[in-house]
Design a protein. Structure first.
Length: 400
């Protein structure tokens, strides 16, 4: 067991290492923000982050786990393994309105500090660049290919409008439904047509009626992505895109069946056919490991963010970090970068992600993750409490 004085010295060195590169981390955050890239196309961010690791004398694996814009870095020879996760994809139209530039560079800062301390602290670091959080499920793809094998704890931070220990992230799966009917002249021979737009409209209304009979914490939202060609042609092909959300990945399964029945019955009513295509990466709910999160909160107070386990964001978004949390003990705390009430996924939040508060979150997020990783490395008691909390049950359907 590492002596208390030694642990404190390790933490002081981690903080000093991050302070020494604070300017570089902030500049990297601004560079990623200025070059927003969509899922699996994060080439600028991938190159920037891995080049900074290489410039520090480290050897990241670029394009790791079969994904061109993923990366992995392992440091340390023995001991428990802590994975620090970076996200860096943006949103269409509004760029880094989820602040992934902050996530990426906070993870980078923690990784750079921890890589130099791992052997001395008796632990191992796995720094992972995880693309495509905004719908592409990069972490899920990487998990299927072994990214989290042998990992004892996984940590990341996410920007928000205030400090939260926990994000109430719920499960979600995307569904694309296509209706197939028969074209006809809408004025001359409407009886020869089978209206796929009517099928889509009825399907939408069926789901709208379902909404009043689902849990208050469940969400169903969809859009029409194809609705016909011209008003005087009976639409033969239409398409909708749906998100189906439920509090847990287990409760998601029966809700999916109810939504499918709504959409399929619309095809029957209109004489059309329906093809439902559930997208392959289901996002699970986040299950925070409370002993690990308590350590994070204690370390956050050390650097001036007075966080407790009672600080919970109840907005109900979704993230592929939820899947990771079913595989290894994990946390997904939030750091304030914007005034209270400024929502994620808005142009206003994108502006705050490149602000002085955003830069502060990069540095302080890096520090708190590094300090928490040192606790995991040096405290057998913490690791045992984490293991007991995590349990050893089977991985639920849909996580991988």
């Amino acid at each position: 067991m590492t002596a208390v004085g030694s642990v404190e010295a390790l933490k002081e060195r981690a903080v000093a290492a991050i302070d020494a590169i604070a300017g570089d981390l902030a500049a990297a955050s601004h560079s990623i923000h200025a070059h927003p890239e969509l899922a699996y196309a994060e080439h600028h961010a991938h190159r920037l982050l891995t080049d900074m690791l290489a410039d520090a004398g480290l050897r990241p694996e670029r394009g790791s786990h079969g994904i061109e814009t993923a990366f992995a870095l392992d440091a340390g020879r023995t001991g428990p393994t802590v994975a620090v996760l970076c996200e860096y994809d943006a949103l269409p139209g509004i760029g880094h309105a989820c602040g992934h530039n902050i996530i990426a560079t906070a993870g980078l800062g923690a990784g750079l500090a921890l890589a130099g301390l791992a052997d001395e602290a008796g632990g191992r670091l796995r720094l992972l660049g995880t693309p495509a959080e905004e719908g592409g499920g990069g972490k899920i793809q990487m998990a299927r290919r072994g990214a989290f094998e042998g990992v004892d704890a996984a940590v990341m931070v996410h920007p928000a409008d205030t400090d939260y220990a926990k994000m109430s992230a719920i499960a979600v799966q995307q569904l694309v439904v296509r209706y197939h009917g028969a074209a006809a002249h809408a004025a001359a021979y409407p009886e020869r047509g089978r209206n796929a737009l009517d099928a889509a409209v009825l399907g939408y209304m069926n789901v709208a009626a379902l909404r009043q009979h689902i849990l208050p914490t469940e969400r169903l939202h969809g859009i029409f992505t194809r609705a016909g060609e011209k008003p005087n042609i009976v639409p033969a092909e239409t398409e909708m895109d749906w998100y189906v959300r439920s509090p847990t990945i287990d409760s998601l399964q029966p809700l999916k069946a109810r939504v499918a029945a709504c959409l399929e019955s619309a095809a029957v009513a209109t004489g059309c056919s329906a093809h439902l295509e559930w997208q392959p990466n289901t996002y699970a709910d986040v299950v925070d490991n409370l002993p690990l999160l308590a350590a994070y909160c204690a370390n956050s107070r050390r650097i001036g963010r007075h966080l407790t386990l009672d600080d919970v964001d109840g907005t109900g978004g979704s993230t592929d970090m939820g899947n990771v949390s079913y595989l290894v003990p994990s946390i997904h705390p939030m750091l304030a970068v914007a005034p209270a009430g400024v929502s994620l996924h808005t142009p206003e939040f994108a502006d705050h992600a490149r602000s002085a508060a955003g830069d502060r979150a990069v540095i302080e997020g890096a520090k708190v993750m590094a300090l928490t990783a040192i606790d995991v490395w040096t405290s057998p008691d913490l690791r045992e409490r984490m293991r007991r909390e995590f349990g050893d049950g089977p991985v639920p359907e849909g996580v991988l």
